[in-house]
Design a protein. Structure first.
Ligand code: XMP
Length: 319
C-alpha cells in the first residue's frame, strides 16, 4: 500500500525531528494501536525508545505472553514487563461500580507507569497510540461519558506531571489505517487484525465484584468463543466479540446432578469506529454449538446467553 509506505516514511522523519536525541517511553496495552505506534517509533529512533507493559491481571488468555514475545523476541524492542496484578486486583476487591473500576485502574496504571519510568531514568517524551477518533471524541464530547471512557487510556495528566511531551504518530489515522500501517511495518496478521480491547480489560466484562476465580472462568469462556469464531471464518467480519461473566448463578442439570453455576453472556458487534454498532447475526447453530462447548469446557458455567442489543441504546461493553 503506497499511501501507508509514504506515511511511514513521513512519520519517521517527523518523529526524528521531534525527538532528536531525547528518550521516549511508550506504554503498551496489548492492543493494536500502541503496538503499531511503538514499532514505528522504534524504526525512527531505535533504542532511544523503551516500552512499558503494565500487566494489570485483567488481560485475556495468554495476552501478556504474546505481547512480551512479540516485542522482545520478534522486534528486539526494549520492554519492561511489570506484573502488577496483585496490586490491581487487591485494590479492585469489592469495587462494583463501573466508573469506580475505571478510575481505580486508571489511577493505579499511572502510579505503576510513573514508577517504572522513574526506574529507567525518566524520559523526555511519552508515546501514545492515540487515533483520530480519540482526538475527535475528546473534543466533541467534553465532559460527556466518552471522555471518561477514554480517560485512562491516554494516561491523562501523566505527561504534565512527569514533564514529558507527547509523541502521537497515529493521530491522523482511523483504525483500519492503523491496521494497514501495522501490516506495512511487518506486524503479524494475527496481531494486526485483533479486535479492539478496552484499557480496563476484563474488569468491565465482569459486572459486579472481580475475583481471580471469576476472571479465570471469563478468560476460558472468552477463548473458546473466539476460537469458535475463528474456526467459522467470521473473525474479520466482526468488529468486536467477547464473553462477559454475569454476576448471577442459575440452576442447571448435568448428568444426573443439579448444577448451580455462572451465566456467560456473548457479545459480537459490527461497527466502523465503535461509536455505533449492530449486534452480529450469527446463525443459531453456531450459537448452540458455542454454548455447548463453553459449558462442557469451562468449569463453573452452566448457561450461555447471546446479547442482541445494538449501540445505541446499548454500549459495546457491558460496563
Ligand atoms: P462502548 O462500550 O462505550 O465502547 O460502546 C466503545 C469502544 O471503546 C472501547 N472501550 C474502551 N476503551 N478504555 C478503552 O481504552 C475504556 O475504558 C473503554 N471502554 C470502552 C470498547 O471496547 C469499544 O471498542
Amino acid at each position: 500500500d503506497w499511501t501507508m509506505r509514504a506515511f511511514r516514511e513521513e512519520e519517521i522523519q517527523k518523529i526524528r525531528a521531534q525527538v532528536g536525541k531525547g528518550r521516549v517511553i511508550c506504554g503498551l496495552s496489548g492492543g493494536v494501536d500502541s503496538a503499531v505506534a511503538a514499532v514505528l517509533i522504534h524504526e525512527a529512533i531505535g533504542d532511544q525508545l523503551t516500552c512499558v507493559f503494565v500487566d494489570h491481571g485483567l488481560m485475556r488468555l495468554n495476552e501478556a505472553e504474546t505481547v512480551v514475545d512479540l516485542f522482545r523476541h520478534h522486534y528486539n524492542i526494549p520492554l519492561v514487563h511489570v506484573d502488577a496484578s496483585k496490586q490491581f486486583l487487591g485494590e479492585l476487591e469489592g469495587v462494583t461500580d463501573p466508573e469506580k473500576k475505571r478510575k481505580t485502574i486508571g489511577r493505579l496504571f499511572i502510579e505503576v507507569f510513573e514508577e517504572e519510568a522513574r526506574k529507567i531514568g525518566g524520559a523526555d517524551f511519552l508515546a501514545q497510540g492515540t487515533l483520530y477518533p480519540d482526538v475527535i471524541e475528546s473534543v466533541s464530547f467534553t465532559g460527556g461519558p466518552s471522555v471518561t471512557i477514554k480517560s485512562h487510556h491516554n494516561v491523562g495528566g501523566l505527561p504534565e506531571r512527569m514533564n514529558m511531551k507527547l509523541v502521537e504518530p497515529l493521530r491522523e489515522l482511523f483504525k483500519d489505517e492503523v491496521r494497514k500501517l501495522g501490516r506495512e511495518l511487518g506486524l503479524p496478521e494475527i496481531f494486526v487484525g485483533r479486535h479492539p480491547f478496552p484499557g480496563p480489560g476484563l474488569a468491565i466484562r465482569c459486572p459486579g465484584d472481580i475475583t481471580r476465580d471469576k476472571l479465570e472462568i471469563l478468560r476460558q469462556a472468552d477463548a473458546v468463543y473466539i476460537d469458535q469464531i475463528r474456526k467459522a471464518g467470521l473473525y474479520d467480519e466482526i468488529w468486536q466479540a467477547f464473553a462477559v461473566l454475569l454476576p448471577v448463578k442459575t440452576v442447571g442439570v448435568m448428568g444426573d446432578g443439579r448444577t448451580y453455576d455462572y451465566v456467560v453472556g456473548l457479545r459480537a458487534v459490527t461497527s466502523t469506529d465503535g461509536m455505533t454498532a449492530d449486534f452480529y447475526q450469527f446463525d443459531m447453530k453456531f450459537l448452540g454449538e458455542t454454548a455447548t462447548r463453553i459449558i462442557n469446557e469451562v468449569k463453573g458455567v452452566n448457561r450461555v446467553v447471546y446479547d442482541v442489543t445494538s449501540k445505541p441504546p446499548g454500549t459495546i461493553e457491558w460496563e
